[in-house]
Design a binder for this molecule. Sequence first.
Ligand SMILES: NC(=O)c1ccc[n+]([C@@H]2O[C@H](COP(=O)([O-])OP(=O)(O)OC[C@H]3O[C@@H](n4cnc5c(N)ncnc54)[C@H](OP(=O)(O)O)[C@@H]3O)[C@@H](O)[C@H]2O)c1
Length: 260
Amino acid sequence: MDLGISGKSAIICASSRGLGKACAYSLAINGVNITLNGRDEKVLESTKKELSELAPHVKVNAVACDVSTEEGRQKILEACPEPDILVNNNGGPPFRDFREIDKNALIEGLEMNMITPIELVKSVVDGMGQREFGRIVNITSVSVKRPVVGLDLSSGARAGLTAFLSGVARSIADKNITINNILPGFFDTDRLRQGVTSMAKMNNEGENIVADRMASSIPAKRFGTPNEFGETCAFLCSKQAAYITGQNILLDGGLFDSSF
Ligand SMILES: NC(=O)c1ccc[n+]([C@@H]2O[C@H](COP(=O)([O-])OP(=O)(O)OC[C@H]3O[C@@H](n4cnc5c(N)ncnc54)[C@H](OP(=O)(O)O)[C@@H]3O)[C@@H](O)[C@H]2O)c1
């Protein structure tokens, strides 16, 4: 399917690895010029090279910075001042007992997973409106719908983002701008593998045993692939997806057990 977005420009935050990188790949393959971001310059440059080889006809920028900072966001916007597509992504707060989350940690979590994406939406949305095209995708988590004990801050900040932007999405829907959230369950990325490693150490078990147990808890009996995630993101950014807005798209192999 031709997604009708060739020649558009996209900012994909936190995209040197994992789910953000997969979104960048799928958009680049569809002819979108890409602005990548990550903090580790070496990893970022290697992703830029990979992407440029994969999609030689698109322009690939790479901005090494922390997207959670005002300065970082300015650098990203300077590299791509008129994005047609914004994919909001970031790291997530670590697993912690909620009692250990002091006020500073609470604010840091909100900065990462709620304030940063909202600030970026504020910066890009009026330009999108003038150009009569805009696609915003937020990478959130299945934990917005399904509690994960120990990820309370991540869940709370992302639920706050979802609620905040659901009204915003309706207020700009007539400008051909959509805002949607993709909620990953378990996707096979570095982050997931780090979780497997620490759980294996904690329980004194093999990593394969832990990974198999996690995968068998999913009705699909496997982890999602980053490519499956990236392709869904690209579709939400397509011309055809203009009538999908304010939605939470679960990508979890059936993990969230609900009929509606
Ligand atoms: N994978 C899953 O199954 C899953 C499930 C639910 C939710 N999620 C959420 O989805 C998001 C992406 O997860 P992932 O699995 O793709 O993680 P990942 O494999 O660890 O990749 C994270 C990416 O974000 C970049 N990054 C992290 N913090 C950043 C910052 N402050 N500024 C700029 N770039 C930053 C990393 O590069 P640098 O480290 O070099 O900055 C890397 O490119 C996370 O918020 C995660 O909590 C993932």
